[in-house]
Structures are given as structure tokens and as C-alpha cells.
Design a protein around this ligand. Structure first.
Ligand code: PLP
Length: 371
């Protein structure tokens, strides 16, 4: 089965096989392995040794995003969130439920937020201390620009929290070049092509010290996780970790480095997305995004107007042909979404497009333009 969803992604057999072990998290051999893993992730994040820390939270990606919000935005503090997709709305909910005040910046889910929009919102409200932004918006497939937005946040003397969950490892970002960035969040099971189960934040160590004690949660307090690592060593864990997921991530990072790291991974995903985007158009379907706004992580496609098309029917017909896509959509208009990330290559995308053509024919979907 070809798994084309934007996380958890298709993995290589050697990554999955690495999980088949019992491991004691406090064992000296594991401590060395874990410290090494943290150092490798810091390098991928472009963090400065000593200046930034890698802070894992067992859980899904949202756990790391919530931990970033709780740790750095004080209770009652205000965070500006550009709302151009489902994951931005999730970030807003995480902040609100944690008792932080959200200033939502409404932006259509078909384009990135513009630097001047963020600059104007910051200028209009001095109470905003942070901007919370999704890098790759997995809802529609657009990519917001942390270079442009980061510069605006820096100029305004505010702080940035970046949800890089579906971007990390593929889209470029260097923490050391972004002093305004308190933290970014990612997960083991997306562009790093590991198994799901751990959310990870990379954060500034000076800000972790300054923000100690304000999370309002012990489990999700990045400052407490950092303090534990400082006192017990970078090979230590605070609570019981998903230790097999770490083991698999080490193997996934070997493969990542062998492939050529971030530039190579981005190139493969971008080509996957291009093949898919052109392929669905050749089938008479309409991509949700304009080509210039299409990111490399997920391609969303408008559902055809033909009444013979139903999303569950299409997903089942594709599954019968060996391709598994999401059975839900999170865009403003009805779409289906196809992931371009994971251990999949352009030839897999060509096979997926062929399967889509056969699935549409088998369902009798002739009118393929959207309603
Ligand atoms: C996947 C993802 C998350 C986290 O999702 P989980 O289901 O909690 O792993 C957060 N933000 C973005 C942009 C994502 O793609």
C-alpha cells in the first residue's frame, strides 16, 4: 500500500525494524544514543550549541505546539495568529484553552500571510507579545514565509513561535539566524520520515530560563524539560519516553543524511508535488491552490461536481488500487488531499495519478470541474 497522507508518513522498512527492541531509557548505552540524537536534531534546526535546546515531549505534534505556547506566552498574554488554514485554527484553540489571548488575523487559506499584514496588526496592538505561525499549512498546502514574517516580528520587537510540524527537515529554517524565534515545533513522523509518537521543540535557552514556571502545566513545560536535561545530562529523559520511536528516528536520520539532508529532501518532495499537481490537472481535476502558492508537503484538489463523486467512494476506489489518501478535508471548499512527504518518490506519484484516473473512471466521474 502506498501511504500518501501528510503524517504519519510512509517509512522505510529499516526505520520500522529499528523499533523491534526492548530499551531501558536510563541505560548508559541509550543515554549516549539520546544525547547524539539531540545534537543531530539541533544541527538540522540550525540551532547554536548552548544557545538552543532540543526538547522532546512524548505525544503527537500538537503536544509540542501547545508546550511552545504555554512555555513562552504568559497566562493572559496575547498571541497574534495568522488564520490561513486548519492548523492555524488548531494553534489558536491550543492557546485559548491554555488561557492565552488570541488575536486572529483572518487570511484566506489559499495564500500565505503577507509581511505587511502582520506588521500592521502588530503596530495596531502593542499588547501582542508573540506571533504564532504555521510554516507549512497542512490543511491546504500553502507555505507561510518565516523569513519575511520573522523580519517583521524582529523589527517590531516581538517574539515568534513557529509550528514547523509538517515543514521541519524539508523546508529551510535556521534558528540561529532568527533571534526573534523563541521556539519551533515538529514531530518524528513527518518530513524526517520516522515513526509517529514524539513532539519536539527547539527553543532558545536564554528564553527558557526567563520563562521558567509560567507554563501552567508540568508535562508541557519546556523550561522544566530543559532544566532536567541541564541537571541530568542531554542523554536523560524526564519522564518515560517513547524510546523505540527515538531508536527509529536515529535510523531515519542516517537515511536523511545519506540522501543529502534538507536540500535533497525538499527537492524530492517538491518534485513529488509537481508530478501530482500536473497529473491531477491532466485528469481534468482542479488543484485547490494556484501553482505559485502550492507547497511541497500536501496537494489539495477540488472535489469534482459530478454527483458520481463522493469522497468515501473515491478513497475506497483508490485504496482498492493500492493508494491510501486522507478520508477527510480541512479546506474552506470541498477537496481531497494527497500527501507528498514520506519515503515516496516521483514514480510513486505517477502511479498514484494513474490509480486516480482509474478510480474516477470506475466511479463514472465524468464532470471533473468543481461545483
Ligand atoms: C501534523 C501537524 C500538527 C500536529 O498534528 P498531530 O496530529 O498532533 O501530530 C501540527 N501542525 C501542523 C502544521 C501539522 O501538519
Amino acid at each position: 500500500m502506498l501511504l500518501l497522507i501528510p503524517g504519519p508518513v510512509q517509512t522505510r522498512p529499516e526505520v520500522r525494524a529499528a523499533m523491534a527492541a526492548d530499551i531501558a531509557p536510563w541505560d548508559d548505552d541509550h543515554r549516549a544514543e539520546h544525547a547524539g540524537l539531540r545534537a543531530r536534531l539541533l544541527a538540522i534546526a540550525g540551532g547554536a550549541p548552548g544557545g538552543h535546546a532540543v526538547l522532546p515531549v512524548t505525544g503527537s505534534g500538537h503536544a509540542a505546539v501547545e508546550a511552545c505556547l504555554r512555555t513562552f506566552v504568559p497566562a493572559g498574554g496575547k498571541v497574534l495568529i495568522p488564520l490561513n488554514g486548519a492548523y492555524a485554527h488548531r494553534m489558536a484553540r491550543l492557546a485559548r484553552e491554555a488561557g492565552r489571548v488570541v488575536a486572529g488575523l483572518e487570511v484566506p487559506d489559499t495564500r500565505p500571510v503577507r509581511a505587511e499584514e502582520v506588521a500592521a496588526a502588530l503596530a495596531a496592538d502593542p499588547a501582542i507579545g508573540h506571533v504564532g505561525m504555521v510554516y507549512s499549512e497542512t490543511g491546504s498546502g500553502i507555505v507561510n514565509d518565516p523569513e519575511a514574517i520573522g523580519a517583521v516580528v524582529r523589527a517590531a520587537g516581538r517574539r515568534l513561535i513557529l509550528d514547523a510540524v509538517s515543514a521541519f527537515g524539508a523546508l529551510p529554517f535556521r534558528m540561529a539566524a532568527h533571534p526573534e524565534c523563541d521556539a519551533l515545533a515538529f514531530t518524528t513522523g513527518k518530513c524526517l520520515e520516522g515513526m509517529p509518537g514524539i513532539g519536539i521543540a527547539v527553543a532558545r535557552t536564554d528564553r527558557l530560563l526567563a520563562c521558567a514556571g509560567q507554563a501552567g502545566s508540568w508535562v508541557l513545560d519546556l523550561a522544566a524539560i530543559h532544566e532536567h536535561a541541564v541537571h541530568n545530562g542531554p542523554g536523560s529523559h524526564r519522564f518515560t519516553p517513547a524510546v523505540q520511536v527515538f531508536r527509529a528516528l536515529g535510523v531515519a536520520l542516517d537515511l536523511y543524511e545519506r540522501e543529502g539532508g534538507q536540500p535533497a529532501r525538499l527537492a524530492r518532495y517538491a518534485e513529488n508535488a509537481r508530478v501530482l499537481y500536473e497529473g491531477v490537472r491532466a485528469l481534468g481535476l482542479t488543484p485547490y491552490l494556484e501553482r505559485r502558492h502550492q507547497g511541497p508537503v500536501v496537494v489539495t484538489v477540488r472535489q469534482p461536481a459530478d454527483p458520481a463523486f463522493t469522497l468515501p467512494g473515491f478513497v475506497a476506489a483508490l485504496k482498492a488500487r493500492g493508494v491510501l489518501i486522507s478520508n477527510f478535508f480541512t479546506t474552506a471548499a470541498p477537496t481531497f488531499r494527497v500527501g507528498c512527504i514520506g519515503a515516496v518518490a516521483p514514480e510513486d506519484m505517477r502511479a498514484a495519478v494513474r490509480a486516480m484516473g482509474e478510480a474516477l473512471d470506475s466511479l463514472g466521474v465524468r464532470r471533473r470541474a468543481p461545483a
